[in-house]
Design a protein around this ligand. Sequence first.
Ligand code: FAD
Length: 402
Amino acid sequence: MHDVIVVGGGPAGATCARHAAQAGLDVLMLESQTYPRDKPCGGALSPRILDIIDFDISPVVDRVLSTAVIHSPSGRKVVCRRDDVAGQMVKRAKFDHFLAERAREAGVAVVENMTAVAVEQVRGGVRVLSPGDSFKGKILVGADGVNGIVAREIDVRWGWPDEEVAFCIVGTVHLDSDDIEWVMSVPGEPEVVAMDLYFGIQQRGYGWVFPKRDELSIGIGCRMDLIGDIRSEWGAFTERIREEKGIHLDFLRKDSFRVPVGRTGSRFTGRRTLLVGDAAGLVSPVTGEGVYYAIYSGRIAAEVIAEAARRKSPLYLKEYDVKIKQKIIPELETAEFMADVLFRSERNSEIVCEIASEDTTMRNLMIDFVTGSRPPGKMRISITKRLFTRHPLKTVRLGLNV
Ligand SMILES: Cc1cc2nc3c(=O)[nH]c(=O)nc-3n(C[C@H](O)[C@H](O)[C@H](O)COP(=O)(O)OP(=O)(O)OC[C@H]3O[C@@H](n4cnc5c(N)ncnc54)[C@H](O)[C@@H]3O)c2cc1C
């Protein structure tokens, strides 16, 4: 019987598996696909990810950006910049493969092309069933993403209510590196390459163009319960990008995929089982950032598992719920508040952009929030204080509820 079975080898699973193996545990990781496998994603990582990854990821970072251009619904452009890094752009196929290799190096037995289809409770552990095979472990980690089976098998969640998940369409276009620098530079600053965010494309969502070294990731996402005719919105958005950037959009890949963006549940554990990353619903409702939370929750899970093993107490796994509520949920609650203000209506998105374009402090607060550079509680206070003291009339129009 393995000490730990991790189902799913994305950022959450690979991180958890690696740290559990480094703690001396016998870890098996089951991944349904074969590396390098793609994952529909913008591939934008916030800089704080470097605080929670203890090895060099620069070999798989395509571009490091300091600037984001926010496009308001009316077309106003707000340039937000940081002195240091605002975002690191990766291709998920390479990034995820890199993380899985680090897990393998730490001693994790990685089994690719192996899909878990059911989980059974057995004496002293769990049995994971996959077509033609089964695996026994003392502790199970559900790292199988938004469409995973583990949360359902352990009776924590039977699906995502429409208001807790967003539907995204994302496409990848190849361009030469020089062309990317040309089309993604900040207006009037040809040497500064930026990521583009577009508000007002959809209700409760946004559009993006993210530059990699030789690819653009272009996408839109919207909360499922508010979704309109997303195919036409995608058509209109790509047409706008084609015109604005003057490029032909010949998509190498185009996918649709869901991402959790709602109020997360209060339970991330079941009997001898922990849920991490998207499987636990740990994604920012305002930006859709999930890789950071996947890696962070994977680390927290591994720490709790190692301690539970040391104490020989599966009951200790409950501590994971406590730690997630302390370390991750407050931040997601602040993000929920921000999403409410920003995406309540097209008018709100416009007012926020108007304020940001006039007020450098607000612009800095916005980029600090997106990059997670300040604690969320303090951030919420700073933003509301600034809004009420410097922009009282606009704040009333936002319908802000403190
Ligand atoms: C269109 C889109 C754009 C996004 N853009 C960004 C972004 O720019 N930045 C950001 O930080 N986040 C972004 N996200 C969110 C981010 O992609 C996820 O939060 C992140 O991938 C979560 O990592 P994970 O390891 O929990 O799950 P995943 O990355 O989904 O990995 C789950 C793994 O489990 C495997 N698996 C699934 N089921 C089984 C099974 N039954 N048995 C075995 N293996 C299984 C899958 O093959 C997969 O490898 C985006 C999401 C979408 C949909």
